[in-house]
Design a protein around this ligand. Structure first.
Ligand SMILES: Cc1ncc(COP(=O)(O)O)c(C=O)c1O
Ligand SMILES: Nc1ccccc1C(=O)C[C@H](N)C(=O)O
Length: 423
């Protein structure tokens, strides 16, 4: 009897294993079919990738193939041979505006409104103090989304102290009810770096405007991940980094958008000589340059800036609506596969399911998230951990495949089971 029960047990196990294998094959076929139908799939070849499933492009984008050769040329020829002549002959001096105009279409901005340079943090400072000055003296508070990336809150705090304004940090949902006749500027992150929630840029911008305030947006997690349409929605000022979905490389310079209508009155709190109308006149008095150039500060970081310029070549001929459609399809597929591979209760989804509220990443909450992510990375799937308990998975649509999403979900299920078995 014991033998026949053991026999029945192993037959049931074998059955389950066969069913799992069949389900797995079907999932891999589904992923392959989705990849075959993906109109962006050829773009993956524009990047240097390996066998790793790389889902951290929302922190550091992958390396575009065109960058190493271009950077080698900048170093050997433009710097090594032309030296100082390159400021004019190689177009170094005007690169911040030129590269800004390459970023602009990805933000839904007409030319002449985006300049590239400095870090996001520095540009946040310029944008916020600039916004307060544009708003005028009778407005004495800055409103900030309390869930912002920390640097936004820190810089807003300093901008408030320096300009003598109060800082009010409130949840994004409370912004429309918070803004009023005292509000100078509102600072919001377009996509929450933790939860991946996409905030309502048109609605919150309109709410700020209805109160007579300026809307300042941090686009770090949306630029290159989805259409932004700054011009169409009347955004006043915006900033964002270029090392995530724009693949500019570690520490790549950030961008600053100043709406054309505000440029004449935009008064930067960091008016370095590069922001001067005639920098080479080296005049003792400051006269701001026309246009978005007045958002510049000092000498641009040429190597990083030109690496970014080369990296932006991957966007040639790419339709942002197709990027967004693929991003949503990838994250939907990943969630479907997580439901299959992850034991119920082992991880909780914190990213909104609705498309209109989702950016380009998925975040899951689980116990021992840091250790789970370490296990997952050891299994060849790179996401990241954000304290206290989040696993983040960024799906950069230009180089992430549906097969990657399937493998990531499968390995996640294993990493979670392993972590539960060996706490
Ligand atoms: C929303 C947001 N703002 C700002 C930053 C960073 O700013 P910085 O480029 O100055 O490091 C990040 C990520 O690093 C971010 O996610
Ligand atoms: N710039 C970095 C440098 C080193 C490590 C991470 C970053 C990030 O960009 C973090 C990102 N902003 C985040 O949303 O977590």
């Amino acid at each position: 009897m014991a033998t026949s029960e053991a026999h029945r047990g192993s037959a049931a196990e074998q059955n389950a294993a066969e069913q799992n294998a069949a389900e797995q094959n079907a999932a891999e076929r589904d992923a392959a079919a989705l990849d075959a139908a993906d109109e962006l799939r050829a773009l993956r070849d524009r990047f240097v990738l390996d066998d790793t499933v790389y889902l951290d492009g929302n922190s550091l984008g992958a390396l575009p193939r065109a960058v190493p050769g271009r950077l080698a040329d900048v170093i050997a020829r433009e710097w090594g041979e032309l030296r100082i002549r390159s400021w004019t002959e190689s177009g170094w001096w005007t690169a911040p505006e030129r590269v800004g105009d390459l970023v602009a279409p990805l933000l839904g901005a007409a030319p002449g409104q985006v300049v590239v340079g400095d870090s996001t943090s520095v540009n946040l400072f310029k944008a916020l103090v600039g916004a307060v000055r544009l708003a005028g003296d009778d407005r004495d508070e800055i409103v900030v989304d309390a869930a912002s990336f920390p640097t936004d809150g820190y810089i807003a705090g300093s901008a408030a102290r320096l300009t003598g304004r109060a800082l009010r940090a409130v949840p994004a949902a409370a912004i429309p009810a918070t803004v009023g006749p005292r509000t100078a500027a509102v600072l919001v992150n377009h996509v929450d770096y933790r939860t991946g929630e996409l905030l309502d840029l048109p609605g919150l911008t309109a709410a700020a405007h209805a109160a007579g305030a300026l809307a300042v947006w941090d686009l770090c997690h949306s630029a290159g991940a989805l259409p932004v349409d700054l011009d169409r929605h009347g955004v006043d000022l915006a900033v964002g980094c270029t090392y995530k979905y724009l693949n500019g490389g570690p520490g790549a310079p950030a961008f600053l958008y100043v709406r054309a209508a505000h440029q004449e009155r935009f008064d930067s709190p960091l008016p370095g000589w590069n922001a001067h109308a005639e920098p080479f006149a080296m005049a003792p008095a400051f006269t701001p340059a026309d246009g978005v150039t007045r958002g510049r500060v000092g000498t641009p970081d040429i190597l990083s800036l030109l690496a970014l310029e080369a990296a932006l070549g991957v966007w040639d001929g790419v339709d942002l609506a197709a990027v967004r459609a693929k991003s949503l399809a990838l994250t939907d597929f990943f969630l479907d596969r997580v439901a299959v591979h992850v034991r119920p209760g082992a991880a909780e989804l914190v990213t909104p399911v609705e498309h209109r509220r989702r950016g380009g990443q998925i975040a899951l909450r689980c116990a021992d998230a840091a250790a789970v992510m370490d296990r997952l990375i050891a299994r060849g799937v790179v996401g990241d951990f954000r304290p206290p308990d989040l696993l983040r998975f960024g799906f950069a649509p230009l180089y992430t495949s549906f097969a990657d999403a399937e493998r990531a979900a499968r390995e996640l299920g294993r990493a979670l089971s392993e972590a539960a078995a060996h706490p």
